[in-house]
Design a protein around this ligand. Structure first.
Ligand code: ACM
Length: 381
């Protein structure tokens, strides 16, 4: 009888949940691509401890409840413990009870409103201290202090606006309008809002509109003849993907805060962009959501190599404290909160659909999802 340990070549099966269809596909499809690119790279380099990563992929069709249902199916029927997925905070909130009850691990590659911690989630997108604080400071320095909030009607915009309102007020500004639209809002739905914007004459529109509706918001703004040099739309979610969908001329001059833009330069990023374009087409830009979806799979693979197990209790400790040379620069999974220390950047969209960097942090900004250490002042420390 042999006493040799059995060596398995069974693949590592992981779950992937991003929408390929529906009103969020515009951006979630890019997260799916970033995820698959990283999996392909890892497998081409021999897999993890000699075993291939095999994704089990479902399309939740932009419906938050479907994310919860597919997460359950992945964990109960497909035997998956680790899931990469979710863009909207409402979809994350639908997956949360599933991974918490069944002790799974959700890897969440999207900026969000903060004020959440789960032992069953690794957060790799920005929290408000890594985007909203710097954005508010930049906008008040360059454009004025009267803000008009327009958001999609769900948890991220409402909570993100709560944080932004506090920042604006704490720094002597005011919110002159606040309105929410459906995920399915069309161009005509923005007409009365733009009329109200004209009457309120704010200095800045802060948009937390997501998905297809983003295109209609910016087009409606352009149709009203507003000038981004005077009153830009500022956002945490309008990436190169949304700018491409609305038209480069429509997006030009508007502002976004994010850890990553395609145009940040640097060798690691250039090589990432080249690989992405080779895989998906020359016209496909990268964006902050692709980048986070991509680097989190690489962090997972490094942790899995050490843990040699997909058991959340074994894998998670190997993830916490991980560092990675991501396209945006070096990042760290902060062990105190399982959020990621990320770079803060502010970009202004140009005529080529790229963001020119107008401000950036000198180093990664520590994740502080509960805004514990930052106070509300935007003045430089
Ligand atoms: C978001 O819903 N976290 C963008």
């Amino acid at each position: 009888m042999s006493t040799c340990p059995t060596k398995t070549s069974e693949p590592w099966r992981i779950g992937v949940l991003f929408s390929n269809t529906g009103f969020m596909a515009l951006i979630e499809e890019t997260q799916l691509r970033g995820t698959l690119l990283a999996i392909e790279e890892i497998n081409e380099a021999g897999g993890v401890n000699g075993r291939e990563i095999v994704p089990v992929i479902y399309d939740p069709g932009s419906e938050s409840a479907a994310f919860g249902q597919y997460a359950k199916r992945l964990m109960i029927e497909d035997g998956v413990t680790t899931i990469f997925g979710c863009y909207t905070s409402s979809s994350r909130k639908a997956v949360l009870p599933v991974v918490e009850r069944l002790n799974g691990l959700l890897w969440y590659p999207t900026l969000y409103e903060g004020f959440e911690f789960s032992p069953n989630v690794i957060y790799t997108g920005a929290a408000p201290n890594q985007n909203s604080v710097a954005l508010c400071r930049f906008l008040m320095e360059h454009y004025g202090n009267r803000f008009y909030f327009i958001g999609s009607d769900y948890i991220y915009p409402r909570e993100s606006n709560r944080v932004m309102r506090e920042l604006v007020r704490a720094n002597g500004g005011e919110v002159v309008g606040e309105t929410y639209v459906s995920f399915r809002a069309q161009w005509k739905d923005f007409t009365p809002i733009m009329r109200d914007v004209r009457n309120s004459s704010p200095d800045i529109i802060f948009s937390t509109v997501v998905g297809d509706a983003t295109v209609h918001l910016y087009r409606s703004y352009a149709d009203f003849g507003f000038d981004p040099k005077v009153m830009p739309i500022a956002s945490l979610t309008t990436t190169e993907a949304e700018i491409r969908a609305m038209g480069f001329d429509v997006g030009e001059g508007h502002i976004t805060a994010a850890p990553y833009f395609q145009g940040i330069g640097g060798e690691r990023n250039s090589s990432f962009v080249a690989r992405y374009k080779k895989r998906y087409g020359e016209d496909e830009p990268t964006n902050m959501c692709v980048e986070a979806a991509y680097f989190q799979v690489h962090i997972f693979a490094k942790a899995l190599e050490q843990a040699n197990s997909l058991d959340t209790d074994v894998l998670r400790p190997m993830v916490l404290g991980s560092t990675f040379e991501a396209p945006q620069g070096q990042i760290v999974i902060n062990p105190s909160c399982a959020h990621t220390d990320l770079w803060t950047r502010i970009g202004r969209a140009n005529r080529a659909g790229q963001f020119e960097i107008v401000r950036q942090s000198r180093r990664p900004v520590g994740a502080d999802p509960y805004l514990v250490g930052y106070g509300r002042a935007t003045a430089y420390a």
